[in-house]
Design a protein around this ligand. Structure first.
Ligand SMILES: Cc1cc2nc3c(=O)[nH]c(=O)nc-3n(C[C@H](O)[C@H](O)[C@H](O)COP(=O)(O)OP(=O)(O)OC[C@H]3O[C@@H](n4cnc5c(N)ncnc54)[C@H](O)[C@@H]3O)c2cc1C
Length: 380
């Protein structure tokens, strides 16, 4: 049975960046992936902030479809607020493949078409069985996405997943003026939000809904035409409850979506997947190469200090998706296409008299503004 220091389950961004970081530090690792090709089929809005790619140390032009100046949040009266925070729309398949190839180039051993079926502890560490072959290792990393088997086997944290569906619409048939931004919509059909991300050749139109009929209605509303003929449809799950209770135990790590590391407000998970994969690899490095026996054990603590694990986000997520209609209308009228830092005290008071319900929700609104101010780039 082949033995590796580390076995990583899943070749998404979290698993591949962990494998890359380990391999470039000469730590033997295997990356087990059930699919034929990493990143395919794509199920992602494909938006990522530039700062997060830089922080993860992998910014590279090859997978960038288009640069964007930030995002806009649309309210039910059609008005919006702008958040200027540079980023890009990527080609997710190329992106996942790029990190996976980087890891393999550095010496990580990839095993595609290897679905992990079980994993258990043995005297030296772990024994991992796939539908193809078996492996042993000292450290086990669960990078296996929102429905993580490694979580079920070793932690049983439970899941709170949001359904999401998305169409890729050809730009030849659908007209949309994004003015370069990506757009999020408060929409009554979703418990979170819907989105329209205009790429260079197609438009990713999606929503946090389970029923694709609701997305089709949203498309009709935004584009003025029925959805007919698309360049791809996907259905996926997003962990929406923030970081899970337990993400490390005696040399088993959960990273990325498997650890619930998605920003619970924006539901963006690429940044946290990259960062948690890297941090996990450095915790293993600390023990293997520097002889620091307590290094793996600090993983949970370090992750809990990252912006995407902040308790403020959990609080905000519990408040900002059920704001009363009146508050949403207030926000639309107040910002009226301005940046979120917009200040107009007279207008605020005038509108607060018109929409008094806003005063009851002032706390989460100010908290959101503060979070954006302290690091909009780290929200997605
Ligand atoms: C519709 C949708 C739109 C999204 N849009 C965005 C966005 O615009 N921006 C953003 O930042 N985030 C977005 N997200 C979230 C983002 O896609 C995830 O947070 C990110 O992919 C997490 O990376 P990961 O490596 O943790 O997991 P994943 O990318 O899910 O990778 C997990 C890998 O593990 C493999 N795997 C699973 N089980 C096994 C097994 N038993 N054996 C072997 N392999 C296994 C899977 O095949 C997969 O390749 C979106 C999610 C959805 C569903």
């Amino acid at each position: 049975m082949p033995h590796f220091e580390v076995v990583i389950v899943g070749a998404g961004p979290a698993g591949s960046i962990a494998a890359h970081t380990l391999a470039k530090n000469n730590i033997s690792c295997a990356i087990l992936e059930r699919r034929k090709s990493p990143g395919f089929p794509v199920c992602c809005g494909e938006a990522v902030s530039e700062a997060s790619l830089k922080a993860a140390g992998i910014f590279h032009g090859s997978y960038v479809d288009k640069k964007i100046p930030g995002f806009r949040i649309f309210f039910p009266n059609g008005k919006y607020m702008t958040v200027n925070s540079p980023g890009c729309l990527i080609n997710r398949e190329k992106f996942d493949r790029y990190i996976f190839d980087l890891a393999a180039e550095k010496g990580a051993k990839p095993f595609l078409k290897h679905r992990v079926l079980s994993a258990k502890r043995n005297a030296g560490g772990f024994e991992v069985a796939t539908d193809n072959s078996n492996f042993t290792c000292k450290y086990l990393v669960g990078a296996d996405g929102p429905e993580s088997l490694i979580d079920t086997l070793f932690f049983n944290n439970g899941r709170k997943l949001v359904d999401a569906v998305q169409y890729k619409l050809p730009k030849t048939a659908y007209k949309y003026d994004s003015n370069g931004y990506i757009d999020f919509y408060y929409d009554a059909s979703s418990s979170r939000y819907m989105w329209v991300f205009e790429k260079s050749k197609e438009i990713n139109a999606g929503g946090c809904v389970a029923d694709k009929e609701l997305l089709r209605r949203f498309i009709k509303k935004q584009f003025g035409v029925e959805e007919s003929g698309h360049a791809g449809f996907c259905r996926g799950k997003i962990p929406a409850a923030g970081i899970k209770d337990k993400i490390f135990d005696n040399n088993v790590f959960l990273v990325g979506d498997a650890a619930g590391l998605v920003n619970p407000v924006t539901l963006a998970g690429i940044y946290s997947a990259l960062l948690s994969g890297k941090i996990c690899a450095y915790c293993i490095f600390g023990e293997v190469k520097l002889g620091k026996a307590n290094s793996p054990g600090v993983y949970e603590k370090v992750i809990n200090k990252q912006p995407f694990a902040s308790p403020d986000l959990k609080y905000l997520a519990s408040r900002c998706f059920d704001l009363p209609q009146e508050v949403l209308l207030f926000l639309g009228e107040y910002f009226d296409s301005n940046d979120y830092r917009h200040k107009d005290f007279t207008k605020f008071l005038r509108l607060a008299l018109k929409y008094p319900a806003v005063l009851a929700d002032i706390k989460p609104l100010f908290k959101l503004r503060k979070l954006l101010k302290s690091g909009a780039d780290k929200m997605w």
